[in-house]
Design a protein around this ligand. Structure first.
Ligand SMILES: *C/C=C(C)/C=C/C=C(C)/C=C/C1=C(C)CCCC1(C)C
Length: 241
């Protein structure tokens, strides 16, 4: 086999019209760049903030590795890499819950807050996986359960214990907590929308069908990198005063 044909057999061809594949490639690159940025910035922070920024980097790094695989998977099969997608989420969403807990620790956040949020996110993702991959015939039902768990998270940070801790912390922590709350309410809402575009349910006649991966890829870039940057700038600001 010549070098050229060996090469082409290892790398799937990308069509110029493959806009889904394009978002996988850009997503992969963006996650890698964000990880490098967060990791290389670590030495400028003192111990108190280093963990939070490190977790920001871990979130985008875990995503970068999954995007590397998902990008290939899509290029080879033109099919949603649902399995890798959910493995990525089950690792990174609990880390995002950890970010809330870490910044609220100054106001005395207890570990039970962390476990509660992780519990909700596991329910949200496991039921979502069932609807998308295991029991598609009942996608709307799994989506509903998942949506309830999602709202439990939204409630917790906007009105529950977490919001009270943020108010008690005040200052930069409160301001950043508020921005993260908006990410969860608006940025995370793209996911259920993508889910409804990708599965069949009562909503299909209203929304029609669409490509679920484009929605998820855009949402991941906004939420993972945006979330990380909020934490990063909180660390920068807090270190100055
Ligand atoms: C970095 C990855 C993140 C922030 C992923 C978040 C995922 C969700 C908020 C998913 C939510 C879902 C619903 C609320 C209902 C339908 C099923 C899901 C799993 C797509």
């Amino acid at each position: 086999m010549s070098n050229i044909s060996l090469f082409t057999s290892l790398i799937a061809k990308m069509l110029p019209t493959d806009y889904v594949g394009f978002t996988f490639f850009v997503g992969c690159m963006a996650m890698m760049a964000a990880s490098a940025f967060f990791f290389l910035s670590l030495s400028q922070f003192d111990k108190k903030w280093r963990t939070s920024v490190l977790v920001s980097g871990l979130i985008t790094f875990i995503a970068a590795v999954h995007y590397f695989y998902m990008r290939d998977y899509w290029a080879a099969f033109q099919e949603s890499p649902t399995f890798f997608r959910y493995v990525d989420w089950i690792l990174t969403v609990p880390l995002m819950c950890l970010e809330f807990y870490l910044i609220l620790k100054v106001a005395g956040a207890k570990q039970n807050l962390l476990w509660k949020m992780i519990f909700y996110s596991v329910i949200m993702l496991v039921t979502g996986y069932f609807g998308e991959a295991v029991d598609q015939a009942n996608a709307w039902m799994w989506g509903l359960v998942s949506g309830i768990a999602y709202f439990a998270i939204v409630y917790e940070i906007w009105l529950g214990e977490a919001s009270k801790l943020a108010a008690a912390a005040g200052g930069n922590v409160l301001a950043s907590h508020k921005i993260l709350c908006w990410f969860v309410l608006v940025g995370w809402a793209i996911y259920p929308l993508g889910y409804m575009l990708g599965t069949d349910g009562w909503y299909t006649s209203i929304l029609g069908k669409g490509n679920v991966d484009v929605a998820y890829n855009i949402a991941d870039a906004i939420n993972k990198i945006g979330f990380g940057l909020v934490i990063y700038s909180l660390a920068v600001k807090s270190q100055k005063d």
